[in-house]
Design a protein around this ligand. Structure first.
Ligand code: ATP
Length: 233
């Protein structure tokens, strides 16, 4: 269980998250939706220890997570797939993948994890020796997902994976998310495609101006109510 409790955080003197609390149950998919600037990415960065908390705590199975280095996060079974993919275009697909297994604890299993990633993303296998800069937007997102899986994380933090992708690729991406969930991984997903996100999620949280304004099981969510709140200012 990932427990985000009464968190305040921001950038220097600018506070973005206000007393924000969210519980993320183990083995389930929790989606966080909300308009641009609501603070969703800031929340994910706070979970990853990239934005310091000025109040509250973030705990994974009872142990504090905030303040850990990114390196340490991977060792603890947490990986982030950032918005914008952040792949290294001048490196091959396989070299990009291997970077996801860089921490010592994961290097021994890197070939096995690479094989697993290729089984899930066969197109990456076909193109493994090509430079990542030659990939389409959809393939680059798949590479970012595959790289995130190279440390075999228990908790996956995923930021806006469908941004800018064609509908057919978005469908593929959500199929992959459903498979990752079926594997028992805990997933925190920030998405702008509300319909798809609610479809794959177990729990839905709507953020606005740095606060959670609605928390519901996905099965109870009314998309109409969500959209009304989403656009309310
Ligand atoms: P989007 O969907 O546009 O990515 P978001 O909900 O993820 O939105 P954030 O990216 O967390 O929102 O941004 C929340 C607020 O924090 C915005 O007002 C943004 O301008 C501000 N912000 C983001 N990064 C920084 C930074 N490095 N320094 C100062 N302010 C920042």
């Amino acid at each position: 269980m990932l427990e985000i409790a009464n968190v305040r955080a921001g950038y220097g003197a600018i506070n973005i998250l206000w007393d924000l609390s969210i519980s993320v149950p183990t083995g389930q998919l929790t989606t966080i939706i909300g308009p641009n600037g609501a603070g969703k990415t800031t929340l994910l960065r706070a979970i990853m220890g990239l934005v310091p908390l000025s109040q509250g705590s973030i705990r994974l199975n009872g142990q504090p997570l905030d303040g850990s280095s990114t390196w340490h996060m991977l060792e603890r079974g947490v990986a982030m797939i950032p918005e914008g993919r952040m792949i290294f275009k001048d490196m091959t697909i396989e070299e990009n993948l291997m970077l996801g297994a860089f921490p010592k604890a994961h290097r021994a299993a890197s070939q096995a994890n690479c094989d697993k990633a290729y089984a899930m993303f066969p197109r990456l296998h076909e193109r493994r020796t090509q430079l990542a800069g030659t990939l389409s937007g959809g393939e680059a997102q798949m590479l970012a997902m595959a790289r995130g899986l190279m440390s075999d994380p228990k908790l996956l933090i995923i930021d806006e994976p469908s941004l800018g992708l064609a509908p057919v690729v978005v469908n593929e991406l959500f199929d992959i998310l459903a498979r990752l969930k079926a594997e028992g991984r805990t997933i925190v997903l920030v998405e702008q495609n509300t319909h798809k996100a609610v479809g794959v999620a177990d729990h839905v949280h709507l953020m606005q101006s740095g606060k959670v304004v609605l928390s519901q099981p996905a099965s109870k969510v009314s998309l109409e109510q969500l959209h009304e709140l989403y656009f309310a200012r």
